[in-house]
Design a protein. Structure first.
Length: 161
């Protein structure tokens, strides 16, 4: 059985969302274990206690990771999670954790630039005209050269051959 390449574009989106879901649920379940990751300046000046900051962060990650997994507001979810993780990565300094996080940030950037794939709810509820209208690269010279591929909405649907 051949699986069309179109559906493989969902794998990075879903994989990244599972990473964010795992970390988000861990923060909600074991908040005290994550307090050490909060920068001291935030703890010093924040009117919110450390456990609440971790719970808020965990909830943020879970909500937007679920949206990313199902493809609801795909670009916005990937952008917010990517920026969030980029900020976290920049505070960690250069180490093995920040290098891994940088890879996830780049994956988020891929999803932001590509947009909704074939398995996203965004694709199901949007008409082809709406998707074409959202195309960031519609004026790009290669679009005329490759009419079967739209950078924003992906290749035309698989015809089963």
């Amino acid at each position: 059985m051949k699986i069309p390449k179109t559906y493989s574009l969902a794998l990075p989106r879903m994989g990244m969302s599972m990473v964010f879901l795992w970390f988000g649920f861990q923060q909600l379940k074991h908040a005290n274990e994550w307090i050490g990751f909060i920068p001291q300046i935030i703890l010093k000046y924040s009117p919110i206690n450390a456990t609440s900051i971790i719970h808020f962060n965990g909830a943020f990650e879970v909500v937007f990771a679920l949206a990313l997994f199902f493809g609801i507001c795909t670009r916005l979810s990937a952008l917010l999670l990517g920026l969030h993780l980029a900020h976290i990565t920049s505070t960690l300094g250069f180490n093995s954790i920040s290098v891994r996080d940088f890879g996830v940030v780049m994956g988020s950037l891929f999803v932001v630039l590509y947009g909704p794939d074939e398995l996203c709810i965004d694709r199901i509820i949007s008409s082809p005209e709406e998707l074409q209208e959202k195309n960031l690269f519609k004026d790009h010279p290669l679009q005329e050269q490759y009419p079967n591929h739209n950078v924003n909405i992906g290749p035309k649907p698989w015809n089963g051959t």
